[in-house]
Design a protein around this ligand. Structure first.
Ligand code: NOJ
Length: 759
């Protein structure tokens, strides 16, 4: 009875929608056996078959993503259990096609099993109340592992992973994260970040891989390949996200989401290329930059979202907004007078789905109104919905909307700890070493001190269980701190933990060495911005005080950015461990005691002074200062020491003449000339002696990573695409196209150079 009344009501609605939209759906369709449900049919045919059955209301619902909170508790922020009436408003009434957990939006208890039960329940409600049984897609930020989940293994944040220069490792990490997320019913990961690190004041610096687009792009693409790999555990596939498109990472004053001023030449030649490898790798979705670029919010920019993203860069997937960003076109940027106008602006610019995230009815009503008034063409809606349906079909969500709750805990809990340890160890950069490292495991007394020596929360950083990091009062995810790692690595040593400066100095008196571990408070987005990206006076004071005892002092920096070091710069040994995740303490100890020979190389430039920002090695030539570009770092991009020594021969080129779209093969011989096995990162740069438009003194074009036994010598090759050297032609107005100038160039590897000519 109830069911038939509901059917009648739905039929009436559908009939009404048909009148308004001209959609071809007619009445209730019994879903089983429809051709769009035939998994063997080509995806495009399934998409068209489903699309033509959909009403406009169903279409705009698919274009909407709403946060978990709206389905549970008090249908707002209260994290209570899922509630039927809350779910009805979002999933049945507004027909919403996607739900997200923003940072910290987890079920209670926050276990993998509870996640799987929750996403299954939401999926079931959605399917049971979707006329055409269109599955929803659940998204979350797995930015360093499935990092919202308390028991998940958390990998180093991206800035540390950038220091590995290891794409294969990123692929494995992507696979691991994807496996964990899929096991809990999350098939959309809002990662990796493809923004480039250019300003240490920015609170999201640690979320990026590198200041260089080639390094960042290669690592991000490998991560995408891993995340999106075909599952072997029977679930649907997962889609990764390239974010935040584009120009987000350089707010003009370092503050998150402050408008960026990016010359088109810079945007085109430096910022956008970091995204291209992910588009080429088939990343399923893109998230749009919350900020404004050159006076236009990215969410309203047809130039960014259509001309660049689609027409020039060839992205074919779904473009989603960032959190609430269509509303911000009204409330923050004031480029639209009201929500309806903002919706039309964003959708016409190229937005396919809105991370609304709270007002399902408001967004869908605004979108419907826009279509009905003619402000948004119906074909734009169809284009967006096609992309969304295609994604859902390609992931296999129609066939596999649910996950096995019985498996979730076993797959996620404590998974891949060895991989996390390897990633953290490879992330670790030995910045300075006067010979104190590696420490002997037979060391007598070791003092361990500093604000981050025994702090899991600081070591994990933001986006760990909670948005701003592990929330106060939350249980701590299983983490090995540096203090614990050192104790485990040197069980016979007298490891003394000193909580205060006075204690550290007193204990140092009869110690063999002091390890000072310094970090920063966890945080995310604007909350993590700083106008002083430097070690604090107290941190420098602690290091000064223990150094004054005359004992060797090893400083370990667990920070999300290269903090200006001040007096710490010339400590006996300096180790950058970034935000190393769950196994960070074991990995740092591996490096300190030499179980691992450090191989990390800086993916960013380490500034000498706060005033250096924004900062990168590829600053344009012309400054009347050091190296003609004002680049005078404490430690340069690519720097990193080892416990062994290496040599690199001068580069040899496959050909001294190349076409403008050609490839250049570079060969070098590398050798480990020291007494320990080690791994060498070989960056390959290009220098352009003369250019019509300013170019940096050198640009990274490729790299490789070579493991060499003590005494081993090996020939290696790096091939790069000459198009990496493209520069937007034209005058100050950058009116030309990006093109590779004909003429002479030099490949630079280590101290060696080789000339080639582009014809
Ligand atoms: C806002 C952040 O900018 C974005 O990176 C994240 O994916 C979304 N919130 C969802 O949590």
């Amino acid at each position: 009875m109830l069911r038939s009344r509901k059917r009648t009501a739905v039929a009436a609605l559908v009939a009404l929608a048909l009148l308004v939209t001209g959609a071809q759906a007619s009445g209730i369709i019994e879903p089983a056996g429809q051709d769009y449900q035939d998994a063997r049919a080509p995806v495009d045919r399934r998409v068209e078959s489903l699309l033509k059955r959909m009403t406009l209301e169903e279409k705009v619902g698919q274009m909407t993503q709403i946060r978990l909170g709206k389905l549970r508790g008090n249908c707002e922020w209260n994290p209570g259990p899922l509630r039927e009436d809350c779910m009805k408003a979002v999933l049945e009434d507004a027909k919403v096609g996607s739900i997200l957990s923003g940072g910290g939006d987890a079920p209670n208890p926050n276990t993998p099993r509870a996640w799987a039960e929750m996403t299954n329940a939401i999926q079931k409600y959605s399917l049971d109340h979707s006329r055409l049984r269109i599955p929803l897609i659940y998204g979350a930020d797995g930015v360093h592992g499935h990092s919202n989940v308390l028991s998940a293994t958390m990998f180093p944040h991206q800035i540390g992973l950038g220091a590995t220069w290891n794409p294969e490792l990123q692929e494995q990490l992507g696979k691991s994260t994807g496996r964990a997320m899929r096991a809990t019913g999350v098939f959309w990961n809002f990662a990796p970040v493809s923004d480039i690190a250019r300003d240490t004041r920015w609170g999201r610096y640690y979320e990026t891989y590198s200041e260089d687009p080639v390094l960042a792009g290669a690592l991000a693409a490998a991560n995408v390949r891993g995340q999106q790999a075909d599952p072997t555990d029977g679930t649907a596939k997962l889609t990764a996200t390239a974010k935040h498109f584009a120009g987000y990472s350089e707010p003009f004053n370092g503050h998150d989401r402050a408008p960026a001023q990016l010359p088109i030449r810079y945007l085109q030649d430096t910022v956008l290329p970091a995204f291209q490898p992910q588009f080429d790798a088939g990343v399923g979705t893109v998230m749009i930059n919350s900020g404004a670029v050159n006076g236009v919010p990215a969410h309203a920019s047809k130039y960014l979202l259509t001309t660049q993203l689609r027409d020039r860069m060839g992205f074919r997937g779904v473009a989603i907004t960032d959190w609430e960003d269509i509303r911000f076109l009204v409330d923050r940027y004031h480029v639209a007078a009201n929500y309806e106008e903002a919706i039309a602006m964003a959708v016409n610019a190229g937005v396919d789905m809105a991370m609304e995230p709270s007002d399902a009815a408001g967004f869908t009503a605004g979108l419907l109104a826009g279509v009905r008034s003619g402000a948004i063409p119906g074909k734009r809606i169809d284009q967006a919905v096609r992309r969304i349906l295609k994604l859902k079909f390609e992931l296999g969500l129609f066939e596999k909307p649910f996950v096995d709750v019985e498996k979730a805990d076993a797959i996620v809990n404590g998974a891949d700890r060895a991989l996390a340890r390897q990633a953290a160890a490879e992330s670790t950069v030995l910045l300075r070493n006067d010979g104190v490292l590696p420490l002997s495991t037979g060391v007598g007394k070791l003092v361990v001190t500093g604000d981050t020596a025994d702090s899991a929360a600081r070591q994990l950083g933001g986006w760990s269980v909670g948005w701003q990091g592990v929330p106060n009062g939350s249980p701590m995810p299983p983490t090995v701190t540096v203090l614990q790692g050192i104790k485990a690595a040197a069980p016979s040593a007298n490891v003394v933990s000193a909580a205060t400066q006075a204690d550290a100095v007193a204990q140092a008196g009869d110690a063999d060495a002091v390890v000072v571990v310094l970090g920063e408070d966890p945080g995310a987005e604007g909350e993590a911005d700083t106008e002083e990206p430097a070690l604090t006076a107290a941190q420098q004071g602690l290091v000064d005080a223990v150094r004054a005892t005359g004992k060797p002092v090893v400083v370990v920096l667990l920070t999300g950015r290269p903090q200006v070091l001040g007096t710490v710069a010339d400590a006996s040994a300096l180790v950058a461990g970034w935000l190393p995740g769950s196994e960070g303490g074991s990995a740092i100890a591996d490096v300190l005691f030499g179980a691992v020979n450090p191989s990390g190389r800086l993916p960013v430039s380490w500034p000498k002074a706060v005033g250096d920002q924004p900062f990168s090695y590829d600053q344009l030539r012309g400054a009347n200062t050091v190296a003609g570009s004002g680049y005078d770092p404490a430690f340069a991009f690519g720097h990193g020491l080892s416990y062994t020594t290496f040599t690199t021969s001068a580069p040899k080129l496959g050909s001294a003449e190349v076409r403008r779209d050609g490839q250049v093969k570079v060969s070098v011989t590398v050798a480990n000339t020291g007494g320990r096995d080690g791994t060498l990162v070989v960056p390959v740069y290009v220098h352009q002696p003369v250019s019509k438009v300013l170019t940096p003194p050198q640009r990274l074009v490729g790299f490789t990573r070579v493991a060499l036994k003590a005494g081993e010598q090996r020939a290696v090759e790096v091939t790069f695409d000459v198009r990496r050297l493209a520069v937007t032609a034209g005058d100050v107005d950058a009116s030309g196209k990006p093109e590779v100038a004909r003429g002479d160039y030099e490949v630079v590897v280590g101290d060696g150079r080789a000339r080639f000519t582009v014809r």
